[in-house]
Design a protein around this ligand. Structure first.
Ligand code: HEM
Length: 456
């Protein structure tokens, strides 16, 4: 039996024991059935791989020109990151907070009225969706569309080669792409519309994958989002509003005039907007769900967190420990740009490295009692947000969302437990850890009407 099999249910549900085996027996492990692909599991190695963007590229196919910044290297990456950073300044993040707080509170109150509900769809997902809606300057009640579009984006821009996959026929491709192109051109004009159309058409082959029927249907969803967000962008340029999108638009204009770098185009800006939905919604939702699950299973921890004084500090520590132990992103990929050796194992040029963040976070060589949730651990340097050139740009936003959300939960909810009629369903998306659903039974805290204070 292989030490680590990406397709096994153990790896998608609870990979912790498999990680320990890898760290001890094969810290640089050639993945079965995947030539020149290696899983790296020790803290020190994962950190070194992620920190060295020159040796370990984020562009998985050589010579590709990916649209999303997470897949770009060097200058091509930095110029996009510079502009997108405008959406994540302390001022921008503070602007998002009221929407996060209101959503966390309202959604909890609805569940409390019924005494039970699925925390993932009713609380964990709506909170980051409200945050992204606020950043992109669009109404927050679009949550189901946002989630659908985020999945469409995943299906296209994160497409990967799947052995034996059947490409859709040329007639099907024509029938799917014609309306996509037409809607983009009709709504956004020929220049922007056509560029976006070509970007979508190139995305799947750039990842070495093929256009299947399912991906063709996702292309329609992507076009819907781009039409929608393109109009928001054009509307705001004509009539500026005081919001985070405005900070992005200004950053796009000012960085273009003051820097020698190529200006960030509207196509690029629209695509990064789309990327925020994928990068920011499911990840944060997974973090919230993992935290709730622990609180359901450990009532003594729930009581400890609720107590005053020091509640805010304990919530902060709890969020960091939840991130470390159940990292929403379990691993990420890099491509070796040259022949390189890690712990005596040769990785050839263009070989793939799976940096197992979730394993690094539980490496006993770096963390004392790594499988224990300890509120007094302090900043232990966990890698859930990665490190190096691609360190998560939304880190502070995600932390604010989690602090705010748990603060609301601990104030409004007096007790919480898993619903015995519907056990939690673990998400099976490879490389992540989270829940599809988390049915709970809740009781309101005695003073649920009291004003709520958070330190987020
Ligand atoms: C708990 C929540 C989150 C986790 C665990 C997380 C994790 C990560 C990780 C591991 C990376 C590096 C990926 C790589 O290099 O391969 C990353 C990058 C990124 N994240 Fe997050 N993320 C979270 C929330 C967010 C949020 C809320 C946003 C935005 C709204 C966001 C936007 C991004 C973007 C745009 C990148 C690419 C950065 C770059 O390439 O320079 N993330 N995130």
């Amino acid at each position: 039996m292989p030490l680590f099999d990406l397709t096994s249910p153990e790896i998608t549900e609870a990979p912790w024991r498999a990680y320990a085996r890898l760290r001890e027996q094969a810290p640089v492990y050639p993945l079965p059935g995947m030539p020149d692909a290696f899983a790296v599991s020790r803290y020190e190695d994962v950190r070194a791989v992620l920190s060295d963007g020159e040796t370990f590229s984020s562009t998985l196919e050589r010579n590709a020109e990916p649209m999303l910044m997470v897949f770009r290297d060097g200058e091509a990456h930095d110029r996009l990151r510079e502009v997108m950073a405008a959406a994540f300044t302390p001022r921008a993040i503070a602007a998002v907070r009221p929407a996060v707080e209101a959503t966390a509170a309202e959604r909890l109150d609805r569940i409390l009225e019924r005494g039970r509900g699925d925390l993932v769809s009713e609380w964990c997902q709506p909170i980051p969706t409200a945050a992204i809606a606020e950043i992109l300057g669009v109404p927050g009640d679009l949550s189901s569309e946002f989630q659908r579009w985020a999945r469409d984006l995943l299906a296209i821009f994160f497409a990967s080669k799947v052995a034996g996959e059947e490409p859709a026929g040329s007639f099907e491709r024509l029938r799917a792409f014609a309306p996509v192109g037409l809607s983009l051109v009709a709504s956004l004009g020929p220049r922007l519309g056509l560029e976006l159309f070509h970007t979508i058409r190139r995305a799947v082959p750039e990842r070495g994958a093929v256009w299947t029927r399912a991906r063709l249907s996702s292309a329609r969803g992507m076009a819907e989002f781009l039409v929608f967000f393109g109009r928001v962008l054009q509307g705001q340029r004509r009539r500026p509003k005081a919001n985070v999108l405005d900070m992005l638009i200004r950053a796009q204009a000012s960085k273009s005039s003051e820097s020698a770098r190529a200006p960030v185009s509207d196509v690029e800006l629209l695509m990064q907007g789309l990327a925020l939905m994928t990068a920011g919604i499911d990840t944060t939702s997974m973090l919230l769900a993992s935290g709730v699950r622990v609180l359901c299973e450990r009532p003594e921890l729930f009581r400890e967190l609720r107590g005053e004084p020091g509640r805010d500090q304990r919530i902060e520590a709890f969020v960091h420990e939840t991130l470390r132990l159940w990292s929403p992103v379990q691993w990420t990929h890099r491509r070796a740009t040259r022949d390189v050796e890690i712990r005596g194992t040769k990785i050839p040029r263009d070989g793939l490295v799976l940096a197992l963040v979730g394993s690094a976070n539980r490496d006993p060589a770096h963390f004392d009692a790594p499988d224990e949730l300890r509120l007094d651990r302090g900043d232990a340097g966990y890698l859930s947000f990665a490190i190096g050139p691609h360190v998560c740009i939304g880190r502070n936003l995600a932390l604010l969302e989690a602090r705010t959300a748990f603060s609301q939960l601990l104030t409004r909810v007096g007790s919480i437990r898993l619903d015995p009629d519907g056990p939690p369903v673990v998400s099976r998306t490879g490389g992540t850890h989270g829940f599809e659903s988390l049915p709970v039974i809740v009781e309101a805290a005695q003073k649920s009407a009291a004003p709520v204070r958070t330190n987020a």
